[in-house]
Structures are given as structure tokens and as C-alpha cells.
Design a binder for this molecule. Structure first.
Ligand code: NCD
Ligand code: ZN
Length: 334
């Protein structure tokens, strides 16, 4: 039995760092264990111009000072000119597209996918990847599945554009991955662990509520199989999305699960209990490095067998599965 694993350069390809005090609380918690991550632009107002981006970069740099961590920046998809995209290209890793109103702080997202085509064509030419929150405004359990046709359409229309289906939650999305060469995906920790039952099947659990909502047992199995086999087009993206406790434990509860500080320990548990610990390195690092063309920070995280309890709170944020005992803990980060 293995008692120690060393993960080289773990990457979190979908994180919400927020701004201000929340950023100062959560960014170091990611920066401690991860080598880098893609930072989401859904702030209020969104990150959609160079000045806002530059300010956000310096705020993040300040919050993660002293850690070996590379923030990969994104901007919020809008109709952008070629001049703007050429200018911003060197500062960002991707552009994130939200359908208007699909999730937290997405009101300024796009209303019709065709409106995005001119900008997508320029992104394709310039080699800027597109990250997508793929949900329609249909019935909540069907939103991702209904969006898959749009992914297929985009992938065919823009064959050289790298398109990432963010936080996939369905077996159908896993299947689509193999259909188009330019389609990739991220999956969260919570969607490998829970189904809709864990959100509303018993007493309602706001800390398991996120967008897209967790789906059926067969969806969870398909996601888990893809992650455990380190499907080469799938990367880990926690979608760690902190909200203050009063916004979660209330009517009109905000969507988002906070997982980044213990994601690696939790994943080690999941991979080990399924006999796939050898694939963890590919799932949390190698796939991302290859697909997003990332370079190594030469960071290593040593995990050892030993009890670790997920804290009840981080500041004013209650994490996903607080109080749960995990079988792996971090021994050293170097
Ligand atoms: C995210 C957030 O809070 O910013 N919420 C979530 O439920 N995942 C936004 C998002 O990625 O959808
Ligand atoms: Zn997100």
C-alpha cells in the first residue's frame, strides 16, 4: 500500500478568487498547494478591459506574494475588436463566455451565441482559447445537455479554436469530448462526489449547491470514470467559488462550492479508494500542461496517508463537506 505520493505542479484550471477581502482570504489557500490556476473574470463589474485586468493582476500578485503560484488570467467574453484582442492576448490565457444570467455575476454575458461569432473568429486566428459556461435557460436538470448542441456547433464552426466545456456535469458531455478534436473539459471535485440527492434529496444542503447543479448517479459515474482514467482531454478545475456564509445559509442561496484548500487531499482519497492513484498526476497536472501549453513551476506537493479534517470554516466561508475526514494530508510543499 502506498503511503506517500508526490504530485508535481498541480493545476486548478477554474477558480474564483473574487476581490478585496475575499481574495486575500482565498487566494493564498489555492496558492499554497497549486502551482497555478485559471482565474475567472465574473467580478462586478466583470473583467472586460485592460485597466480592470491590470488592476486585478496586481491585486492577485499581491495576495499570492511569496507563493510559487502562477495566476492564468481571463477576461469576460464580450464582443471585442481585433485591436483589443491583440493588445490583451499577452496578458490572458483564455476568454470566458457566460450566457447572460446563467450563473453568479453573469448578467453581462451573451444573449445569442451568433452574436459571439465575429469575436470567436478573431480568437481562433490569434490562438486565444475559449472557456464556456455551457448552460441554456431551460429546465435546470437539462441545461447542460441542451447546451451540448451549441458546443458541437462552435467546435465545427471554429475548428482551430480551443474550446473548454467548463465544469461538466453529465455523461453526455463526457461523450461529446471524444467527438470533436478541439473540445476539452474541466470537472470539479464536487461533481465527482455528489448528485442532486446530496443537494435537495434530504434536508436542503446549501453548501452543495452550485451551477451547474449536480445531476444523476449515472452522470456522476461517467464523470468519475473519465477523471479516474485521466481522460486526456479532461483537466481538474475546482470551480472553487467562495460566498460569505450569510449568502449561502439563507433564502436565495448563492451558487458555488468552496473546495480549493483541500482539493488535492480529497482527490487523493477518491483516486485511492478507486485504485487509480497512479492517474492522479495526469488528472491534476499533466493533462492541463499539455492541453493549455503550461510550463512547470517545479513545485511538488507531497501527500501522506493520515487523517485530515476539512475545517468548519475559512474566515466567513463554509467549505464543501466541512467536518469530513479525509485519509490523505499534505506533508510538504516545495
Ligand atoms: C460560480 C461563482 O460563484 O462565481 N458559481 C458556481 O455555482 N459555480 C460561477 C460559476 O462558475 O458558475
Ligand atoms: Zn466557476
Amino acid at each position: 500500500m502506498t503511503d506517500r505520493i508526490i504530485i508535481k505542479d498541480p493545476f486548478d484550471m477554474h477558480i474564483h478568487f473574487r476581490e478585496g477581502e475575499m481574495l486575500d482570504l482565498v487566494a493564498p489557500l489555492s496558492a499554497e498547494t497549486f502551482s497555478g490556476g485559471i482565474i475567472m473574470p465574473n467580478l462586478v463589474p466583470p473583467v472586460d478591459n485592460i485597466e480592470r485586468l491590470d488592476n486585478y493582476i496586481s491585486e492577485i500578485d499581491n495576495a499570492v506574494k511569496g507563493y510559487n503560484f502562477t495566476p492564468f488570467m481571463t477576461i469576460f467574453f464580450k464582443k471585442y475588436s481585433r485591436e483589443f484582442l491583440e493588445l490583451v492576448k499577452g496578458k490572458i490565457r483564455a476568454i470566458k463566455l457566460y450566457p447572460a444570467g446563467a450563473t453568479t455575476n453573469s448578467d453581462e454575458g451573451i444573449k445569442e451565441i451568433e452574436d459571439a461569432f465575429d469575436t470567436l473568429r478573431i480568437m481562433e486566428e490569434l490562438g486565444i482559447p475559449l472557456l464556456v459556461h455551457g448552460e441554456t435557460h431551460g429546465f435546470v436538470m437539462d441545461r447542460e445537455q441542451e447546451f451540448l448542441g451549441i458546443y458541437d456547433h462552435l467546435a465545427t464552426e471554429f475548428p482551430k479554436l480551443m474550446i473548454v466545456m467548463e465544469h461538466i456535469t453529465t455523461a453526455a458531455a463526457v461523450e461529446l469530448l471524444d467527438k470533436n478534436d478541439n473540445l476539452f473539459a474541466t470537472v470539479t471535485l464536487q461533481h465527482l462526489c455528489i448528485t442532486l440527492d446530496d443537494v435537495i434529496g434530504g434536508l436542503m444542503q446549501p453548501h452543495n449547491f452550485c451551477k451547474p447543479i449536480a445531476k444523476r448517479p449515472e452522470d456522476k459515474s461517467a464523470l468519475l470514470n473519465a477523471a479516474l482514467s485521466a481522460h486526456p482531454k479532461l483537466s481538474f478545475g475546482s470551480d472553487s467559488a467562495p460566498h460569505p456564509i450569510d449568502k449561502k445559509e439563507s433564502a436565495y442561496c448563492s451558487a458555488g462550492c468552496f473546495t480549493s484548500p483541500f482539493a488535492l487531499q480529497y482527490l487523493a482519497d477518491i483516486f485511492e479508494s478507486n485504485g487509480k492513484l497512479d492517474n492522479l498526476q495526469r488528472f491534476v497536472s499533466d493533462n492541463a500542461m499539455i492541453n493549455y501549453n503550461l510550463s512547470s513551476n517545479n513545485k511538488t506537493v507531497t501527500l501522506v496517508r493520515g487523517e485530515y479534517t476539512i475545517p468548519e470554516k475559512y474566515g466567513n466561508v463554509v467549505p464543501f463537506n466541512s467536518g469530513k475526514k479525509l485519509n490523505w494530508k499534505i506533508e510538504e510543499v516545495s
